[in-house]
Design a protein around this ligand. Structure first.
Ligand code: NAD
Ligand code: TYD
Length: 339
């Protein structure tokens, strides 16, 4: 891996991954290719552009635009692709799934075609534990069937299946990781943790869906990035690896932790109408990735503490996001649900 293209690298996890790679591998050049949707933000890469100017570059483009992908692949002689580019928010997928199918399914196909044309060393697909669907008991293995229930998870599953098809049909060296919920710096404040932290700082209500007893495996974003790195270096082509802490936390417990860390009252919690088709619980086994030498390095308590601290110390980053498109989305999303 010398010339790495990180698609969706201006988003939350992608930007953390870019920083991790440039810090860790002095011989790697990273090209970020990103459409810059509402979730793409060059502030996420501000320090990277300054600190690694000679090994980092940025190209704006859509992964579903085959001609543009081809142009960039050829110009930059890319040998590895890590695909983070996606529409990622379940609630937005319930409002309209068009862009999810276009990016998460069709865009993945376009990248796989380019990977095949240029005969690259590795194509890595960043996927999610949500493709297994809700898991009321036990935990999902990589071999388990997919049981998607939201347009978001269905489109991610479509991308995964296409990746496997390209490995089986054309021998493309594809790997897939399925990560649990990430938290940490630079997460767009539509996702529950940055939404609740930034609302609580401003003494605004925290809209908790349903009974608040849904469970997620909240992992620190750098642990996930290290997992992807390990799979890139030690994973077997054609294989899928789950990435998470293997500990699930109820949303109400996560919410109390945020309020406790900020010294804010629980009265800020505002129960709202539940999300339609809300997956009750996700849970994954990660022994396959641990066998490659990877370990999750943050407990939920450590991850949430670091995350809250980052948002407290980096108001410059999130205050400018919470206007314009964001306010419009927020109104549409929460109006009439009890908030
Ligand atoms: P994000 O929404 O913060 O960022 C997505 C990025 O992709 C943005 O920079 C956006 O501009 C870009 N993008 C969107 N459509 C594009 C297109 N057509 N062409 C090029 N760029 C495009 O997402 P995230 O939370 O960082 O998630 C990154 C990846 O990780 C996604 O594939 C997601 O499914 C997966 N994932 C996320 C989580 C999580 O908890 N956030 C957990 C597991 C897996
Ligand atoms: P989210 O961050 O949207 O991730 P995902 O649904 O992809 O796991 O939501 C995480 C959990 O938090 C999920 O159970 C839904 C819940 N949630 C709320 O209770 N209130 C909110 O405003 C949001 C956005 C999510």
């Amino acid at each position: 891996m010398q010339k790495l293209m990180v698609t969706g690298g201006a988003g939350f996890i992608g930007s953390n991954f870019v920083r991790h790679v440039l810090r860790t591998y002095p011989d790697v050049h990273v090209l970020v290719y990103d459409k810059m949707t509402y979730a793409g933000n060059l502030d996420n890469l501000k320090d990277v552009a300054e600190d690694y100017a000679e090994r980092y570059s940025f190209e704006r483009g859509d992964i579903a635009d085959a001609a543009r992908v081809d142009e960039v692949m050829q110009q930059c002689r890319i040998d590895t692709i890590v695909n983070f580019a996606a529409e990622t928010h379940v609630d937005r997928s319930l409002m309209g799934a068009d862009s999810f199918i276009r990016t998460d399914v069709f865009g993945t196909y376009v990248l796989l075609e380019a990977a095949k044309t240029y005969d690259i060393e590795r194509y890595h697909q960043v996927s999610t534990d949500e493709v297994y669907g809700q898991v009321l008991e036990g935990a999902s293995l990589e071999t388990d069937p997919l049981h998607t229930r939201s347009p978001y998870s269905a489109s991610k599953a479509g991308g995964d299946l296409m990746c496997i098809a390209y490995h089986e049909s054309f021998g493309l060296p594809v790997t897939i990781t399925r990560g649990s919920n990430n938290i940490g710096p630079y997460q767009y404040p539509e996702k529950v943790v940055p939404l609740f932290v930034t609302n609580a700082i401003d003494d605004l209500p925290l809209p908790l869906y349903g009974d608040g007893r849904q469970m997620r495996d909240y992992q620190y974003v750098l642990d996930h990035c290290e997992g992807i790195d390990v799979v890139l270096h030690k994973g077997q082509p054609g294989e899928i690896y789950n990435v998470g802490t293997e500990v699930e936390t109820e949303n109400i417990v996560m919410t109390h932790a945020i309020l406790d860390l900020l010294g804010k009252p629980y009265s800020l919690i505002q129960p709202v109408t539940d999300r339609p088709g809300h997956d009750r619980r996700y849970s994954i086994h990660c022994a396959k990735l641990r066998a490659l030498g990877w370990r999750s390095r943050h407990t939920f308590e450590q991850a949430i503490e670091k995350t809250v601290r980052w948002y407290v110390e980096n108001e410059w980053w999130w205050r400018k996001i919470k206007n314009g498109e964001y306010i419009e989305y927020y109104r549409k999303q929460y109006a009439g649900r009890g908030i």
